[in-house]
Design a protein around this ligand. Sequence first.
Ligand SMILES: Nc1ncnc2c1ncn2[C@@H]1O[C@H](COP(=O)(O)OP(=O)(O)O)[C@@H](O)[C@H]1O
Ligand SMILES: Cc1ncsc1CCOP(=O)(O)O
Ligand SMILES: [Mg+2]
Length: 269
Amino acid sequence: MDNWHKWAELLERVREANPLVHHITNVVVTNFTANGLLALGASPVMAYAKEEVAEMAKLAGALVLNIGTLNATEVEAMLMAGRAANEAGVPVIFDPVGAGATSYRTETARYIAEQIKLAAVRGNAAEIANMIGEPWMIKGVDAGQGSGDVVALAKRAAAKLGTVVAITGKEDVVTDGQATYLIRNGHPLLTKVTGTGCLLTSVVGAFAAVEPDVVKAAVAALAYYGVAAEQAAAEAEKHGPGSFQAAFLDALARIGVDDVKRDGRVEQR
Ligand SMILES: Nc1ncnc2c1ncn2[C@@H]1O[C@H](COP(=O)(O)OP(=O)(O)O)[C@@H](O)[C@H]1O
Ligand SMILES: Cc1ncsc1CCOP(=O)(O)O
Ligand SMILES: [Mg+2]
């Protein structure tokens, strides 16, 4: 049995622990993220006020920071929450939404990574490349070409950022710069529902809340997520993205460790 099969059992640990996952995230995905974590068996809380973010972050099993609809007030709250989480040993998972699209996003993503000790960063290849100042052919990645390039990019980013990096897309890569895993689960319908990347970052947070080895946590999270998407697509793809979104939430709640062990496609690199 591959060692990652043991990690698949983290899903049961999440459901037993029901970890509180504190979010400062974007307005587009808030409701979907909260529902997705409830379906998994975690406890989401979205709290943004500077008067409470430090206190809430210290209570949480993990803190998720997401710059999808960032503004100055929110970024300040993210830094306060992140510093409090660092002090309390609460893992901080970062989603650099749209890094590279505007200088504000790119600079903020880099600044957060400099100021806050991050347990992991989860993004698509373009976002991660822009975080570390590398130009990146989005087309090439979307076409699923050069997965080797994405592996090399993820390793460079992990080394530069000093954290676990998960780059997701047609194939997913998780690495700390040394141990590197490819996860080949998922479905293209995931790209037709907004927030599936953001929710995945939050799912990584829920797994990191129960497993201090964030490579293991992220591999288990991505395999679970991709297998759930495949089951949802089998049910809903004849109907469309709306049915898929509902079926996906149902699958996130329904699937168990055995599904992930049976259908997960994880390979060490
Ligand atoms: N072409 C694809 N085929 C299968 N799964 C995909 C594909 N593109 C993205 N995914 C999956 O969709 C989810 C969201 O990832 P992604 O689209 O990379 O994030 P973002 O929305 O932040 O760009 C991940 O689970 C990823 O594996
Ligand atoms: C459409 C949009 N605009 C700002 S954040 C957001 C959602 C992005 O979600 P994801 O990165 O999961 O696709
Ligand atoms: Mg995203």
